[in-house]
Ligand binder design. Structure first.
Ligand SMILES: [Zn+2]
Length: 385
């Protein structure tokens, strides 16, 4: 069996312009690679009426448990203006020890490192005690409707057991080895609409200005601290993202005002407990001011935490050995597909340095690529020991 080189494979993946929701052959390409290593590969295409069809891949080698899964995505964000790049984002180039291209750290190279690590592992341990699997989606950077969420449902229905999952998202702020993510905060967005009574600005007693009510609501929601955080999480936070009246007349009290907010919250809350809390405040103030209200919510995912256990500690030790940095166990940052996977398996996230992700000249150091492959390889060795 051939050992796969992570740099070579990263370049091959970056050359496929899989700007979300386009697949550009990336899933089929990975499926072929993994088949050559002996994996059983299943390409899962999901679609619905409102969204584009998306290809995903579930691949597994071995029939025994435990099943250690690697999860990642092949889709990337758009490059923006290509002329702002120093190279073509889809013609990866190595310059001064850095590989530059879209997906270099988020997260095609991480997938390449894990495959390289698996190829090395299988060469020495062809009959290991367990299974290795890949859960790869093409719908992480987009709407995440036909991606990991549906693959997880599919696996659950088939009673496919995953015992631990490593999500390869770029987790390190500046240097490889700084941060493992063991959970994520939840995210809830909401839209509030307050309706009063329109009228002449000179006769305020004949109208009911909904702006006053909205200002009181915003103030109350912002003043009420949600919590102080806990051992694993920073404090939850509500932030307003817009307040709109859209009134062009200087002599009219408007009838309606809308505001939008987002809450990033820890595991002391759920989306339902937060909705109840917001509803209560909006209702009370609107009622007092004789205004009508409407609230719409969008839940992006509840907060979750993988309680640090032996696989987390083992990974932490390996990272420290390879990088000489003791990684922090963190729950900071935005959401990721771990929010779906945690429903069927404990997971941790560890990948490359995220400093240049989603930016022009996204890049990864070749040293980091080698080190990450080594880390993943040692995880496989230790996990199946
Ligand atoms: Zn990503």
């Amino acid at each position: 069996m051939k050992i796969i080189n992570e740099l070579q494979l990263s370049k091959e993946l970056i050359r496929l312009p899989s700007v979300t929701p386009r697949d550009a052959g990336a899933i089929r390409f990975l499926s072929k690679k993994l088949k050559k290593l002996g994996f059983n590969c299943k390409i899962l295409e999901f679609k619905d009426k409102k969204s584009k069809p998306i290809k995903n891949l579930y691949a597994r080698i071995g029939k025994k448990q435990p099943n250690l899964c690697y999860a990642g995505h092949t889709d990337v964000v758009p490059p923006g203006n290509i002329r702002d790049w120093s190279v073509n984002p889809f013609k990866p180039l190595v310059k001064k020890n850095y590989l530059i291209g879209r997906g270099a750290n988020d997260m095609k190279s991480s997938i390449a490192c894990f495959i390289a690590a698996v190829s090395k592992f299988l060469q020495k341990n062809s009959s290991f005690n367990g299974s290795i699997s890949f859960l790869i989606t093409g719908d992480e950077e987009g709407y995440a409707i036909n991606g990991t969420k549906k693959v997880v449902e599919y696996l659950r229905k088939r009673k496919e057991r995953i015992d631990f999952c490593i999500v390869g998202e770029p987790t390190n702020p500046k240097r490889l080895g700084e941060m493992i993510k063991i959970g994520r905060r939840g995210s809830l967005s909401g839209k509030i609409e307050i309706t009063g009574t329109q009228g002449h600005i000179a006769y305020p007693h004949l109208s009911n200005n909904p702006i006053n009510t909205m200002v009181a609501i915003c103030k109350k929601l912002k003043e009420n601290k949600l919590d102080k955080g806990n051992k694993n999480f920073q404090p939850s936070n509500l932030e307003f993202t817009s307040i709109n009246v859209d009134n062009k007349a200087h002599n009219v009290i408007p009838a309606r005002v809308r505001a939008q907010f987002n809450i990033r919250y820890n595991n002391l809350h759920t989306s339902s407990s937060l909705k109840r809390r917001v509803n209560l405040i909006v209702k009370r103030i609107s009622k007092k001011n004789k205004c009508n209200f409407k609230i719409d919510y969008m839940v992006n995912g509840d907060a979750f935490l993988t309680k640090p256990e032996k696989t987390v500690f083992m990974t932490q030790k390996i990272i420290k050995k390879v990088t000489k940095i003791n990684p922090k166990l963190s729950t900071t940052g935005g959401t990721s597909d771990a929010r779906f996977i945690r429903k069927i398996s404990p997971c941790l996230e560890f990948g490359l340095v995220n400093k240049t992700m989603h930016r022009v000249d996204e890049c990864v150091s070749l040293t980091d690529l080698r080190k990450l492959t080594k880390i993943y390889n040692h995880i496989l060795i230790e996990y199946f020991k």
